[in-house]
Design a protein around this ligand. Structure first.
Ligand code: ISL
Ligand code: CA
Length: 544
């Protein structure tokens, strides 16, 4: 496959509002990112992904945009953003922005105009429908609300929203709207950014006629509808192909076959994607299923398209809590998961705080939470008569706030994140888990990430290597090889609280240890069965 800079890159996701606050208002800000750039750079990453900082009423933490050309006051201002881009580039890194164009805020002037009357010139920029039999036009559920439809009393029509009521969907069938979006994309690209992470980009096209769903809870009807590839090819033609940038599409509900339609190199749409067969669809760790997903995606995209690797982000509970063991094996487990993400085929993503093994959180009351998805769900279920304590309990592990608590910089008040009152409480474990402590400990999760990331720079096998799973039916061990240009790496991961033995396949003789999260001999003799300790990870270069 053709080599490109982005295929070789490691991305660090900055959820700026929880990263570092420089003015004491309790929100992280762009200036905070500038001040911590040397820290990010020291990890060795290549690209920074910034979550949305556009002007927004902030109902959904910036994913409800009211002005695509403005910077949210909490984040800073345009000159600060421009300084940030420059500072990132000066350090040899790149920056990608979130592109949120499936919906806007209901406070966006376009929507205010659109809702003002049926014959308004922007009426068609959003999706409006008459009631059906006096009620919602279809039985569809939205991500964050019981219905995708909201009645607007003034005109008697419903508008469509895939997410919260305050996030009306744009009508991509309207060519004027599309060209307005392309213009906006060029505005940011011309400021020198290096690409976009595209929010729910496969939701842009809607099903013709909005037919009732047999099971409204399976909301996959929102995604991958006819017309989507025309929009993305047009976006590529009009905008993307004129810049040397990378794009990663957030693409829920796809199989590898459909995924390839978005990222196939001959398709001229997107470079890479996030599929959600793990993060959305695998509630807790399931080794056999995970391997099957990896193999299927590897086979599906092989030689034709590029994947991403991640286990958490600002929407999904921290990986060491959800998929590892954040108690007695927190450090080992955080390192094992990192080893896996960075040695599987695809671009690895590091979500801020992951590199020090930050964990999920458990606050005492629903009032301590902020996540609109969680709060709306809580309200819906409690109003239906379910027991509030039980509802609360059931929403704790999936709450998006698990990964939105402030970055833990040191053991001072508020984890060194802010001198004020943070917008969301810090995780009480910050005295034990913080950057300052990690940087003083040569065995910390941080230095392990640093090493893993630097290995990628010297070993193309981590990027371009063929992948082969040697452990398909093993529920605890994950053993695979990556092979490139005559070099083979063997990865052994014991995803379990117990030791497990591994018997190497006969054609392997010896191997040189590349990295491990436990003390191990530099050279391994593969003629004997090996004892792999709890959450142990080892990577070898093989002599075959
Ligand atoms: O969070 C999820 C499940 O808990 C995901 O399904 C997520 O809602 C979905 O992938 C879409 O997420 C993106 O668009 C949303 C925004 O709230 C998320 O933060 C964003 O990542 C609407 O813009
Ligand atoms: Ca601030």
């Amino acid at each position: 496959m053709k080599k490109t800079w982005w295929k070789e890159a490691v991305v660090y996701q900055v959820y700026w509002r929880s990263f570092y606050d420089t003015n004491g208002d309790g929100y992280g800000d762009l200036q905070g990112v500038i001040e911590k750039l040397d820290y990010i750079k020291s990890l060795g990453v290549d690209v920074i992904w910034l979550n949305p900082f556009y002007e927004s009423p902030d109902r959904d933490n910036g994913y409800d945009i009211s002005d695509y050309y403005g910077v949210m006051g909490k984040a800073g201002d345009m000159p600060t953003f421009e300084t940030l881009v420059k500072a990132i580039h000066e350090r040899g890194m790149k920056v990608i922005m979130d592109l949120v164009v499936n919906h806007t805020s209901d406070k966006h002037p376009w929507f205010i105009e659109s809702r003002s009357s049926i014959d308004n010139q922007k009426r068609d920029w959003y999706i409006w429908k008459d009631p059906k039999d006096g009620r919602e036009p279809s039985n569809w559920r939205s991500y964050f609300a019981p219905s995708t439809w909201e009645l607007d009393e003034a005109t008697g029509q419903y508008y469509f929203h895939s997410f919260a009521v305050e996030q009306p969907d744009l009508n991509w069938q309207n060519p004027e709207l599309r060209s307005e979006i392309y213009k906006m994309m060029r505005f940011w690209l011309d400021k020198g950014i290096d690409g976009f992470r595209m929010d729910v980009i496969n939701l842009l096209a809607k099903q013709e006629g909005f037919p009732d769903a047999e099971n409204p809870f399976d909301i996959s009807y929102l995604a991958n509808n006819p017309g989507i590839h025309d929009y993305l090819q047009e976006m590529n033609r009009e905008v993307l192909q004129h810049y040397d940038v990378m794009t990663v599409g957030e693409i829920p509900f796809v199989t590898p076959e459909e995924g390839l339609l978005y990222v196939g190199e001959d398709r001229n749409e997107l470079n890479t994607l996030f599929h959600f067969q793990v993060a959305d669809e695998m509630a807790t760790w399931d080794m056999l299923r995970y391997k099957e997903i990896q193999t299927r995606w590897y086979e599906g995209l092989k030689g034709k398209g590029w994947n991403s690797q991640f286990l958490n982000n600002h929407d999904h509970t921290r990986q060491v809590t959800r998929y590892g063991n954040d108690r007695e094996y927190r450090v080992e487990s955080a390192k094992l998961l990192a080893t896996m993400v960075h040695t599987l085929p695809g671009m690895p993503y590091v979500y801020q705080g992951e590199e020090i093994g930050m964990t999920g959180v458990r606050f005492d009351s629903i009032d301590d939470y902020d996540d609109v998805a969680m709060k709306n769900k809580y309200k819906e279920l409690v109003e239906k008569g379910q027991d509030p304590d039980e509802v609360f309990e059931s929403l704790l592990l999936p709450s998006r706030d698990n990964s939105r608590t402030p970055m833990q910089w040191d053991d001072s008040d508020q984890a060194g994140f802010t001198s004020g009152r943070p917008w969301i409480k810090v995780n009480p474990n910050y005295r034990g888990i913080n950057v300052e402590k990690a940087l003083k400990d040569p065995d910390s999760v941080f230095y392990y990430y640093q090493k893993l990331i630097s290995l990628r720079k010297d070993h193309e096998v981590m990027v371009y290597g063929d992948y082969k799973d040697l452990s398909k039916d093993d529920p605890n061990l994950y053993v695979y090889t990556r092979t490139y240009n005559g070099k083979t790496w063997l990865v052994i991961l014991n995803h379990s609280d117990k030791a497990n033995s591994y018997t190497p396949v006969s054609e392997i003789s010896t191997g040189k240890l590349i990295i491990s999260n436990y003390p191990n001999e530099d050279c391994a003799d593969f003629s004997e069965t090996m004892n792999i300790r709890p959450h142990e990870a080892r990577v070898y270069e093989l002599n075959i």
